[in-house]
Design a protein around this ligand. Structure first.
Ligand code: SF4
Length: 332
């Protein structure tokens, strides 16, 4: 039955919401393999190059209160996260950037907590652009002012990320009671209106339905500069309000990667290695992803705790997996 839907996808025809739902509802292993194979074919027809993104966490001091229920990144949220507050100095940012460049990783994500109106993002972008030829993505949530977006644009920022996580308002405000969905949407719109590449992802497993996920994917097409969709799965961080909540199943996360690839053949689909588990990177590539984030090389000078879990992807291991799959790691 899904053959017909997948053939339609291969021919580049639009699928209906019901057809996407049918793909998500399918649990037959053989049929799933067909789904993943189709997604990979669509990706490989565009390019077999896999982007790698390393990271600099600028600060874990976040002014969102109450905290997002799943957060293990902000200060004093989880004993296995960073826990102690930090704000990286310019020298620390620079040494991390240099190490990323030396490791031949082409792109850096500079991210940090909420509450600085984008000043920390502008400062990091300046350091990256003045001292390296890395591509840069900045992600400071929904906290960017119009002025900060303009400054980032003038500095030549490549991508700005603002994840909506879920567009189901009830779920959003249950899990993120101190955050604002409208503010996040406004930030995406500001980025798009400024002509800057937008990255905006889904955090799966917060309580949203499959229909919500499809609606969310469709909703992202409203942003004309949308170029990247991170597909993240919830993992419980100890000591947080969601510590006993089940992790989002990998299989469901991979299905979402595949249907995102079918819906957006040319888009960058990002799997942050902490949220998929570094050991599962191979499966994400086999489902149609083409960017692996939070990839850390051995020469990295600072401690890194992933945003979705304390893990991250080791550069050498990640490159081995990409090459084993006959794909091409983007290396500078
Ligand atoms: S998830 Fe992000 S916005 Fe929410 S409390 Fe943590 S750092 Fe702040």
């Amino acid at each position: 039955m899904i053959d017909e839907i997948l053939n339609k996808a291969k021919q580049g025809k639009e699928l209906t919401d019901n057809e996407f739902l049918e793909l998500l509802n399918n649990d037959d292993e053989k049929e799933l393999e067909k789904l993943f194979k189709t997604a990979c074919e669509i990706r490989d027809n565009q390019s077999k190059v896999i982007k790698l993104t390393s990271t600099v966490h600028l600060t874990n001091k976040c002014q969102i209160q109450p905290r997002c229920e799943y957060c293990g990144f902000a200060e004093e949220t989880s004993s296995t996260g960073y826990y102690n507050a930090f704000y990286k100095s310019n020298g620390e940012i620079l040494s991390a950037v240099k190490s990323i460049q030396e490791a031949h990783i082409p792109r850096v994500s500079c991210s940090g907590g909420y509450g600085y109106k984008g000043k920390q993002a502008v400062n990091a972008c300046k350091i990256v652009k003045e001292n390296s030829n890395l591509e840069i993505l900045v992600n400071v949530g929904g906290d960017l002012t119009e002025k900060a977006v303009e400054e980032l644009s003038n500095l030549g920022v490549d991508t700005i990320c603002c994840n909506l996580e879920t567009i189901n308002e009830d779920v959003f405000y249950q899990r993120k009671p101190g955050d604002s969905l409208n503010q996040r949407i406004l930030t995406c719109k500001r980025v798009s209106d400024a002509g800057i590449g937008l990255s905006s992802g889904l955090l799966l497993g917060l309580g949203e339905s499959k229909e919500d996920r499809i609606k969310h994917l469709r909703y992202l097409s409203n942003f004309k500069t949308l170029e990247e969709i991170p597909i993240m799965g919830f993992n419980p961080y100890p000591d947080t309000p969601m510590a006993n909540y089940p992790a989002f199943p990998l299989k469901e996360q991979l299905k979402m990667v595949a249907i995102t690839r079918i819906m957006y053949p040319e888009i960058t689909i990002t799997m942050p290695t902490p949220t998929v588990g570094p050991e599962n990177v191979e499966f994400s590539l086999k489902a149609g992803a083409n960017n692996l984030a939070t990839v850390i090389a051995d020469n990295y000078p600072h401690e890194v705790k992933g945003v979705g879990s304390p893990n991250y992807g080791n550069y050498n291991k990640v490159v081995d997996v990409i090459e084993k799959l006959d794909l091409i790691p983007q290396i500078i």
